[in-house]
Design a protein around this ligand. Structure first.
Ligand code: COA
Length: 214
């Protein structure tokens, strides 16, 4: 969403977003969500959400990695029963997925059977992992999504193990609590030489807002 600077702060974005609610309701939905980049500073979008009565559900770091640490064995993942209940118990309201599209879905009971097959433990830490494939320039690529909501006890050992899940060709997206981003990214840079923004990874942080439609 972007309003020409000349017309900003006149209520256009608020009116535009409000006009979407009846359309969403008509489609049979009971909740509307919006994700917006978190700059760490106050932004007009955050104020627009507030004016519309949309609540902040979660703030996530959402990093894409396409290089992986050398000499780190690919971890064996052990199944984790009912990761849905575990995530809800941690106070998480949403889960990230790359397919279809690139967005967050709410952790509502109707999604339990859809979320739980992705429940695993990586070195004892619960993680939600979904693997997919896509074709780019005629070659098959792998796509791995990881939702990590338990704070690893040691980022320097855990992060390289997690990044060993980056496919040979393709990428991994890891979605985790935004408060760990410094530690997480420092561990990634330590494990992968010359890792830089757009050189092997793309870090970003997102705010998820939502509202129940009355
Ligand atoms: C975000 C954006 C679409 C909002 O459009 P808009 O039509 O100006 O929004 P509205 O007029 O409905 O509301 C803006 C509100 O934010 C406030 N605001 C403006 N800049 C702000 C800032 N830096 N921090 C906090 N609040 C701010 C305004 O005062 C206003 O609140 P008020 O009505 O209480 O005075 C517009 O600022 C924009 O195009 N920004 C650049 C692109 C962008 O960041 N898009 C979001 C990507 S998800």
């Amino acid at each position: 969403m972007r309003v020409d600077p000349e017309f900003q702060d006149k209520g256009i974005a608020t009116r535009f977003t409000r006009a979407l609610f009846p359309i969403i309701r008509k489609a049979g939905r009971t909740w509307a969500g919006l994700n917006t980049l978190d700059s760490g500073k106050p932004k007009a979008t955050f104020r627009v959400m507030e004016k519309l009565g949309m609540q902040l559900a979660d703030i996530y770091a959402d990093d894409v990695y396409w290089r992986r640490p050398k000499q780190v064995a690919r971890p064996r993942l052990a199944p984790y029963q009912n990761i849905f209940a575990h995530f809800v118990g941690l106070g998480r309201k949403t889960i990230f997925h790359q397919h279809p599209g690139w967005f967050c879905s709410r952790l509502i009971p109707e999604r339990r059977a859809w979320v739980n097959p992705g429940g695993f433990r990586l070195d004892g830490v619960p993680v939600h992992v979904v693997r997919g494939r896509y074709t780019e320039k005629g070659h098959p690529h792998g796509r791995v999504t990881v939702n990590l909501f338990d704070r690893p006890s040691d980022f320097t050992t855990f992060v390289p193990r997690l990044l060993a899940l980056v496919p040979n060709r393709g990428h991994l997206v890891v979605n985790y609590a935004a408060e760990w981003k410094q530690e997480f990214r420092a561990a990634a840079r330590a494990a992968i030489p010359r890792l830089k923004k757009n050189r092997g990874y793309w870090p970003s942080t997102w705010r998820i807002y939502g509202r129940t439609l009355g």
